[in-house]
Write a protein that binds this ligand. Structure first.
Ligand SMILES: Cc1ncc(COP(=O)(O)O)c(C=O)c1O
Length: 446
C-alpha cells in the first residue's frame, strides 16, 4: 500500500529547503523529529478539505477498514466523538438532538453533549462491578427505545470499555436498524478488531459510525485516531469534515498524519498475521497468570485484566510490584490491574510479566464491598447549562443534593459517576469516594 504523506514529507526534508514557514523549529533537531514536522505547505494537502496526499492516504485506510470513508484525527478519539455527535446534530438543524447512551461514557462524550447542547437519556447497567463497565444488552436498548417519550436521534455505546468488556454490537445494531436509529460506537480501544480473524470491529458488526484511537492498539503516535462511517450510512459523509473541523485545531500534526499513513502499509502487509500471534501469546499469558492462582477476567483479546482482590491484593499493589520488576501497567486501581499487549511486545515482555506473577504468593481474598447501584439521577439542569454555569469546587463529602457542574475524573479511565446537571446523591458520594475522587465541581447557588 502506498504511503503518500510519508513520501511527501521525506522528500521535503531531504530537499533541505529554507523553511520560511511554521513551525518555528524550522526542521532543526531539538527532540530529533523536527525535520519531519511540517505544516500545511504547498503539496502537503489540508486535513479538513483534502484533495491530495491526505485524501489518498485516508482512501487507503477506508479500504482497510471497509468503510464509506475513514477520516483521520490528530486529536484522538475525543475529537471523533465530538464529530460523530455533531454529524447527528447537523441532521436536525434548529432542534435539540436526543441521544440514548449507555451510562459508562468517557468524559469526551459529556464535553460534546455540553458543546452541542444534546439531550441525553441514559441506559444504566444491571450490575456495577466497576464504573468503566456497563453490562447493557440489546434487550435493554430495545426497552429504553420503547419507553422513551421523545424520539431518539442516535444510540451511543462504548465497546470495548477500559476493562476490555464488550457489548453485543451485532444485536444492538439490529435493534437500532429496526427502529431506524443510527448506532454510534466509542471503539477507542478496538481499532485492531478489524484485523482479527472474525473481524469484530463495530463497523463490521453493524454500527453506523465509530471512533478508534489508532494509538491505543496500533503502532501509531499518541493522538492518532479514526472516525469511520459505514458504507450503509454513507450519507453521513456529507457533514463529516465540517463536523471534525468545528472542534479541531487548524494545525494538525504531520508527525501523527505520517504515523497513520505508514500504519496503513503495515496493516495491509503484516498486521493480520502478527495480531493472530499476539492474541495467542496474550491468551497463553492469561492462562499462565491464572495458573499462579491469580484471576484474569474474560475480556477482549489484547487486554489482560486481573481481578486483584480475589487473590488478596489491590490492583495498585500489583501495579507497584510489577513496576519493581521493570513493567509499567496501563491502569490499576483498588480492584483491577489492566495490562495491554500488541504485536510490538516481544517474547521477553511476556516472560517478564509471567515471572513477576510467578514470584507473588496469592493470599486470602479481600472482601469486596458491594457497590451501590448507580441509579437514574434527577436532572436539575441540562448538561450544557450545568457545564457553562457559575460553579465552585466542593468536597465530595459535602456535595449531596448539589448539582454537578463538571465531574472531575482523572484520566484514565475518565468515566464520570455523576454527570453535569444531575443532582448528586448519597450513592454518588459512596462511589466517588471509592474511586478516591474527593473534589467535585458544583453549580453555585445565586
Ligand atoms: C473509552 C474511551 N473513549 C474515548 C477515549 C478518548 O480517546 P483519545 O485519548 O484517543 O482522545 C478514551 C481514552 O482513554 C477511552 O478510554
Amino acid at each position: 500500500m502506498n504511503t503518500p504523506i510519508v513520501d511527501f514529507v521525506k522528500k521535503y526534508a531531504d530537499a533541505e529547503l529554507v523553511r520560511m514557514h511554521m513551525p518555528g523549529h524550522k526542521g532543526k533537531s531539538f527532540l530529533g523529529y523536527e525535520g519531519f514536522d511540517i505544516t500545511e505547505i504547498e503539496g502537503a494537502d489540508v486535513l479538513y478539505s483534502p484533495n491530495g496526499i491526505i485524501e489518498q492516504s485516508e482512501n487507503n485506510a477506508s479500504k482497510l477498514f471497509n468503510t464509506a470513508h475513514t477520516y483521520y484525527s490528530t486529536q484522538g478519539s475525543s475529537l471523533c466523538i465530538n464529530a460523530m455527535l455533531a454529524i447527528i446534530a447537523m441532521n436536525k438543524p434548529l432542534q435539540k438532538t436526543h441521544i440514548l447512551a449507555a451510562r459508562n461514557v468517557h468524559r469526551a462524550f459529556v464535553h460534546a453533549a455540553a458543546l452541542l447542547d444534546l439531550d441525553v437519556s441514559w441506559v444504566y447497567p444491571h450490575n456495577v462491578s466497576h464504573i468503566c463497565s456497563a453490562d447493557i444488552t440489546a434487550d435493554d436498548i430495545e426497552k429504553a427505545i420503547a419507553e422513551s417519550d421523545k424520539a431518539i436521534d442516535a444510540v451511543y455505546i462504548t465497546s470495548p470499555d477500559y476493562l476490555g468488556q464488550t457489548l453485543d454490537i451485532r444485536n444492538i445494531s439490529d435493534i437500532c436498524r429496526k427502529h431506524g436509529i443510527p448506532l454510534l460506537v466509542d471503539n477507542a480501544h478496538g481499532a485492531y478488531l478489524a484485523f482479527s480473524k472474525s473481524n469484530e470491529h463495530p463497523i463490521n458488526l453493524g454500527a453506523d459510525m465509530c471512533c478508534d484511537s489508532a494509538h491505543k492498539t496500533l503502532p501509531v503516535l499518541t493522538s492518532g485516531a479514526y472516525l469511520h462511517i459505514s458504507k450503509k450510512s454513507a450519507h453521513y459523509c456529507k457533514n463529516a469534515r465540517r463536523a471534525l473541523s468545528l472542534f479541531a485545531s487548524t494545525s494538525p500534526s504531520y508527525l501523527i498524519l505520517q504515523s497513520l499513513d505508514l500504519c496503513n502499509d503495515y496493516l495491509e502487509k503484516h498486521f493480520r498475521a502478527q495480531l493472530a500471534e499476539c492474541i495467542a501469546k496474550t491468551d497463553r499469558l492469561k492462562e499462565q497468570i491464572n495458573s499462579c492462582n491469580f484471576y484474569v477476567l474474560d475480556s477482549e483479546r489484547l487486554k489482560i485484566v486481573v481481578d486483584a482482590k480475589k487473590s488478596g491484593y489491590t490492583g495498585t499493589q500489583f501495579g507497584n510490584l510489577l513496576r519493581h520488576s521493570g513493567i509499567e501497567c496501563e491502569f490499576c486501581d483498588d480492584d483491577f490491574l489492566v495490562l495491554m499487549t500488541s504485536p510490538q511486545n516481544n517474547d521477553n515482555d511476556y516472560i517478564k510479566v509471567y515471572n513477576a506473577f510467578s514470584q507473588l504468593k496469592p493470599k486470602a481474598a479481600i472482601e469486596n464491598n458491594i457497590l451501590p447501584h448507580n441509579l437514574p439521577h434527577k436532572c436539575a439542569l441540562s448538561i450544557r447549562q450545568a457545564v457553562f454555569s457559575k460553579h465552585e469546587t466542593a468536597d465530595v463529602e459535602n456535595a449531596c443534593g448539589e448539582i454537578c457542574a463538571l465531574p472531575l475524573v482523572s484520566c484514565p479511565p475518565a468515566v464520570p459517576i455523576v454527570i453535569s446537571g444531575e443532582v448528586i446523591t448519597h450513592n454518588d458520594i459512596v462511589l466517588l469516594k471509592k474511586y478516591r475522587i474527593d473534589k467535585i465541581e458544583i453549580v453555585s447557588k445565586g
